[in-house]
Design a protein around this ligand. Structure first.
Ligand code: SF4
Ligand code: SF4
Length: 393
């Protein structure tokens, strides 16, 4: 099936123009975008072809290909013509979503958008269960005048692996004397990923619900653990004419350690490789604070991966791909875990729920042979550097 069978080409062109102006017409087929695209490490895929076909109105874009882009942000900076490839791709998805066309792996998108619209999370879990991760901890609801709102996010709230990270984070904040609170059941998904699948109406609903919750409670400063929440609060919510101070967890923790509010007394004698999440690094330029934080952990040896900082290799989870099945052999996370092993890392650390989910999956493929290998959120390492392994969650 092609987009021609989905919507009139005039509609497609109009949507793309709305998103990226006319820049997509300037593409001169140099192919530099394809050279850097991570898909071409695992299979044939051409964003150049998609841009070209869209701009010439050929409308022969393969629908499966239309859902591949992870919005990793690698290709836009390589384009000599200023083409916004991600915007073109998302505009095509908007048209497909309006017509309800979700082929192959993208079928789950229709499921997820329904869950987001009703329960405010992509898993379809009950809204009331959102703060269940904090049971047994002394985490308070946010009240006006508190230092910061800890916006937990969907994966940290519901996913069993990520709930441990949320609990470790809360313990660290409490230990450092941070006056923080959460929204609990009033928190909704930030909406970043569903927007990249073209479901603008669901994104706008989620954004409005969150903004209302922030304003009603007098929130001024938001602390986030997911780069996707960070990106959308900082760069997309201002579209609703609001502005909040948004701080990323590793930035905040780095500040707590550097200012002496948090002391890291336990040794973490392991070789650790840090993975830059796309939405923290390339999309928001945060590369140094997580590394500076890790460098302050006693005993920790920090090593760089083959593709790091601006060239970081996407885990494969952005752009809604976290909800789609990617066949074995086509998973970027498998390459990333292999890169970590190649530099002798014992631990692959990052700070994004999508990256952790994909790396944990890739780790399973390693089996039990060879050196022990762990995937960690940066907060888990900080937790261990405060309390040691006995206090670990
Ligand atoms: S890098 Fe830019 S100009 Fe070159 S093929 Fe890609 S979109 Fe076209
Ligand atoms: S944003 Fe990333 S995944 Fe999407 S086309 Fe560009 S390089 Fe490929």
């Amino acid at each position: 099936m092609t987009v021609e069978t989905v919507a009139p080409i005039t509609e497609i062109i109009a949507e793309i123009k709305k998103a990226g102006g006319d820049a997509f017409k300037y593409c001169y087929r140099c192919g530099k975008c394809d050279v850097v695209c991570p898909w071409n490490r695992v299979r044939t895929f051409s964003i150049r072809k998609i841009v070209q076909q869209a701009s010439f109105g050929l409308a022969e874009i393969d629908l499966e290909d239309m859902w591949r882009c992870t919005t990793c942000g690698t290709c836009p900076s390589s384009c000599p013509r200023g083409v916004e490839q991600i915007e073109v791709g998302v505009a095509l998805r908007r048209v497909a979503s309006q017509y309800g066309v979700f082929p192959g792996a993208a079928k789950t998108v229709s499921l997820v958008r329904g869950r987001l619209a009703t329960e405010g999370n992509p898993m379809g879990e009950a809204r009331d269960a959102r703060p269940a991760w904090a049971e047994g901890l002394s985490v308070k609801p946010f009240a006006e005048g508190m230092e910061v709102l800890f916006f937990v996010g969907c994966y940290y709230s519901y996913d069993p692996r990520m709930r441990k990270v949320a609990a470790a984070t809360a313990r660290i904040l409490e230990h450092a004397g941070v006056d923080f609170g959460i929204l609990g059941a009033s928190e909704s998904c930030c909406g970043e990923s569903i927007r990249k699948t073209g479901n603008e109406d669901v994104f706008r609903k989620l954004a409005r619900d969150n903004i209302k919750a922030f304003i009603d409670r007098g929130v001024k400063k938001i602390l986030v653990a997911s780069p996707h929440c960070f990106h959308t609060f900082k760069n997309e919510y201002p579209e609703f004419m609001v502005s909040f101070e948004v701080v990323y967890m590793s930035q905040f923790l780095e500040h707590l350690v550097s200012s002496g509010r948090l002391k890291l007394g336990k040794s973490y004698p392991k070789k650790v490789a840090y993975h830059d999440p796309c939405y923290l690094g390339r999309h928001n330029g945060i590369y140094d604070e997580p590394r500076n934080l890790l460098k302050q952990v006693p005993g920790l040896e920090l090593v760089e991966l083959a593709d790091s900082r601006e060239k970081s290799l996407c885990c494969g989870g952005g752009g809604g791909r976290i909800w789609m099945d990617t066949p074995k052999g086509e998973r970027f996370a498998d390459i990333r875990v292999a890169q970590a092993r190649d530099v002798g890392a014992r631990v692959l650390v990052t700070s994004c729920p999508y990256c952790i989910t994909n790396f944990e999956e890739a780790k399973l493929g390693l089996g039990d042979e060879g050196e022990p290998f762990e995937v960690k959120d940066i907060a888990e390492i900080i937790h261990e550097a405060i309390w040691g392994t006995e206090g670990s969650s």
